[in-house]
Design a protein around this ligand. Sequence first.
Ligand code: CA
Length: 378
Amino acid sequence: MKRKDFFKGLAFGTLSLPLVIRGLGGKSVGQRQSGAYINTTKTYEWDMVTTWPPNFPVLGEGCNLLARWVEEMSGGRMKIKVYGGGELVPALEAFDTVRSGAAQIGCGAAYYWAGKIPAAQFFASVPFGMNAQQLNAWIVGGGGLRLWEEIYAEFNLVPMVGGNTGVQMGGWFNREINSLEDLKGLKMRIPGLGGKVLERAGGSSVLIPGGELFTALERGVIDATEWIGPYHDYKMGFHQIAEYYYAPGWHEPGTALEFFVNKTLYDELPVDLQQIIQSAAAKLNNWMLSEFEAKNAIYLDKLIQEEHVKLRFFKQEILDKLRDYTAETLEEITASDPISRKVYDSYQSFRKKAGFWSSISEERYFSQIQEKQTGVIN
Ligand code: CA
């Protein structure tokens, strides 16, 4: 049977889950191997399904790096083959594919699963929410990971934070946004919570896959699109078809990327391999933010100096209103879902404390200490 057919079969329930797990792991569920008896000759060949196109800059590259590091750290005992979205299963089936054990590990961003788990969005990004540093602090040191693990365990998955985009840009527009009126009727590709907020402001959020975005914007199917930041946006070529590049990315102040591992298979792994996967994800979390920050700085300059992109900033009154709409949107989501409420309460209480600390540390640093860097603005 060809691989694709195999997965298609799974989707229609023609293979039972226990059969798949026995077939992949070679051990029955529940036999945990203790660290003292690690079998160093047993090897593992895993498949990773991702939500990114194959070898996608930074995001897909990150998945390849994780696979390489795991293989190197384990001395070849674990090999992970990375598949881009659509290669084994469609991008947005990654979650269910790993949940069922048909692939062992997946990569994406938790807000992709908001339809199944509304609370998952808090582990990716929230408009006007925490930036990368604060989000990492909440997940790693502030109780976020415990909640995330609890929620994903219900889906037989183990989550790991595995990267962050940093503060994103506000998007590409072909007309200036000078007032809230200008958002009315605006057709923009802006997924997730940001899209819901734009709709409250009178715009419409359009869902278009990344690969079709350029054409959609070029042909005027949409008026605007957000993507990530200067480096990735440059690669997508949006500067060729849009006149204005807006900052800041109010809707994604620091989006976390995730890995999720089938929990049954994870629990069966020797402790050292569990730690190796965790360590590779933690290393990637650092690598990805550093990579985005380094490249964004270079490519913002390139976009302005070489491509003559017109940089613009959202006015404070627009941002203030969008913040109000965000609060209303979050209130609505958390009122109807107790798990979202629990996660949001943890997120908010951490954010308040972290926000005060940031205001006397980072904010003072940027406003009073760091030498001002004023680049060219077209
Ligand atoms: Ca984005």
